[in-house]
Design a protein around this ligand. Structure first.
Ligand code: NCD
Length: 307
């Protein structure tokens, strides 16, 4: 049985096949509307979510399946002390596949080791968020036509931002992708990521000011400062408005520099940027449904049925 715990659980060929399937779904949604008839997705969310949970649910419903689950630890038996390992054994009796979000890094991996159904990591602490990465890949590929040969600036909370960690992990598998890591000193990417970039001789820069580098970027990936992972409120308050992408900064960027953001946005992109044709974060949300549909089909082994 296959799980998706890290983006690297799919080979690069499998990832590309999945993105092709997601594209076909986007073009011909009706072709897929009954592929999951009789199947059920469980969404086990121990941490808040809007997009990820709802897009998983929408994805399964678009495929003809049904959903059940919980949206906070308080409304599950976790509040009574049940372990993730026990919960997944129980949920395996109710559903065919599950998506789990958990504040503890590695919780979905523990679940997968005890699960009778495929487990999808929908975000584990500050660690990984593989389905957001698939969403980001689809967005970049649809906008640029390729996942090779570009410079991406990742800006904001690179320390706690799991979408950033997963995306870097994935993009180093493609050709000639250069990274510009833009963050305050306190929120730089974890050392293990820098070590991987060094080991693989990937080109990267670490900078503090967005204005200094924006003109050379092909993609700008903005992120919010992850308030819930800070140990003290003062540090959060000091850093929360460190970056604000506004019209003046967009004027310094290339005419085809696309702006992505996993959302939710707080203050880091001013709303005046939303009308700029390069602002792609709401398109990204739509792509998120298609890639999750493609992923559900792939993990359930139903991806060949409709071709
Ligand atoms: C992200 C997450 O939960 O990691 N959101 C998402 O899933 N789209 C980013 C965030 O919370 O800032």
């Amino acid at each position: 049985m296959r799980h998706l715990l890290s983006p690297l659980d799919l080979t690069i060929e499998e990832t590309n096949t999945l993105l092709d399937l997601a594209r076909d779904i986007s073009k011909n949604p009706e072709k897929y509307s009954h592929v999951c008839d009789g199947k059920r997705l469980a969404t086990l969310f121990y941490e808040p979510s809007t997009r990820t949970r709802l897009s998983f649910e929408a994805a399964m419903m678009n495929l003809g399946g049904t959903v059940l689950g919980f949206s906070s630890a308080n409304s599950s038996s976790a509040s009574k002390g049940e372990s993730v390992a026990d919960t997944i054994r129980v949920v395996s009796c109710y559903a065919n596949i599950c998506a789990m979000r958990h504040p503890k890094e590695g919780a979905p991996r523990v679940a997968a080791s005890k699960s009778a159904i495929p487990v999808i990591n929908a975000g584990d602490g500050g660690h990984q968020h593989p389905t957001q990465t698939l969403t980001d890949l689809m967005t970049i590929r649809e906008l640029r036509g390729s996942l090779n040969n570009f410079t991406i600036g990742l800006c904001g909370d690179l320390k706690f931002g799991r979408t950033v960690h997963s995306l870097i992990n994935e993009l180093i598998r493609y050709e000639n992708v250069k990274f510009v890591l833009i963050s305050p000193k306190e929120l730089r990417v974890p050392d293990y990521i820098i070590e991987t970039l060094d080991e693989k001789h990937i080109e990267y820069e670490v900078v503090e000011k967005l204005e200094d580098v924006i003109s050379k970027l092909d993609i700008l990936y903005m992120t919010r400062v992850q308030k819930e992972r800070f140990f003290n409120e003062d540090d959060y308050l000091r850093m929360k408005d460190f970056y604000i992408l506004n019209k003046a900064k967009m004027d310094m960027a290339k005419p085809d520099m696309y702006v992505l953001h996993p959302l939710p946005r707080v203050n880091e992109i001013s709303i005046e940027v939303d009308d700029d044709p390069r602002a792609s974060y709401f398109k990204q949300v739509q792509f998120g449904v298609y890639v999750r549909m493609a992923l559900i089909l792939t993990l359930l082994g139903l991806d060949k049925e409709v071709r």
